[in-house]
Design a protein around this ligand. Sequence first.
Ligand code: TRP
Length: 366
Amino acid sequence: MPPTSATPTSDAAKPRILTGDTPTSTGLHLGHYVGSLENRLALQDSYDCYFLIANVHAFTTLAERPAEIRANTIGIVKDWLAVGLDPERSTFVLQSEIPAIAELTFLFAMLIPFNKVMRNPTLKTEIETKGLGETYPFGFPMYAVGQCADILTFRPELVPVGEDQEAHIEMCRDVALKFNQLYCGVGNRVPADEHAKSGGVFPVPKAKVGRVARLVGTDGKNKMSKSLGNAIFLNDDAKTVQKKINGIKTDRATMTSPIDPSHVLVQYIETFMPRERSDQIKADYAAGKEVMDGHVKAELGAVINAMLEPMRVRRARLDSPQGEATVLDVIRGGIRRANLVAEETLYQAKKAMRLDLGTPPPRHLG
Ligand code: TRP
């Protein structure tokens, strides 16, 4: 058996995570931050992290616009670096440069019933919301299988994602279970979290949803989203952030009128202010004390701006003329590290599938 734990790249003591973004657009906002990025930042110390840019998946809806996918890919790496993801501690994975992902996609496609893929609720919702109708390419549903390969290639324990991705993670778990049972001799009654130690090539990964599954936009009605014009972007300057917050309407008649506890202003206070201060403000509103919304908004704006300022500073450096070179270096370094793990996984998977006729082990393991 090839080694399953220590690889030359990873800290064997740390469990692995993988997650990723599709470069169909750039421009992160506070919804992305509390939904996933903050989670990733916090996990960087205690996990061996793989962050994937799903640039091949981007072709499922943008095949006619390759230049846009390229630009968005660079944009996403800049977004990540600006937020504070650290390519020294974590591995940035460019999907198109990891051949093992493509190979495993095809092999995993045999383990999932076609009709099950087509019933995947995340795919169905996307077909509706993106207005894909009947004209989407074959590769579009295929990306759900591809996402299983994105994940399992890195054999992670956890997959931090938004709640909209849970159906995909469920499918990925099914693939891992089936693979281990069919090809690694893991018994049907072995619980999912014991598959790896019972000889399965793939640990059965779990989804980990962020602190705030869905942040409401400044309109107070819809989920924060670029296309709805209700977003505060991580790259907005301080004045713009304050202006957007000031624009939130509370409709209180007087300074002592109550506020709906689910009002967007209250949600933002709860999400971004320190716990104690947030409780205090909510208590003041509830007790009918004199509360000036303008003061609350100014305080909230200051807290959000303090959080965003270091990101703006890093972003400005990346937007300089040398910025693109830095990004390309990060991408190349990530590809090298990612392929060491990916080749090892593919080797183990093929061996388990008896596709081991003349297959040399990856050079770094040979
Ligand atoms: N489909 C995910 C999204 O749209 C992006 C993605 C691709 C992903 N591959 C992944 C997320 C693997 C987690 C794990 O957000």
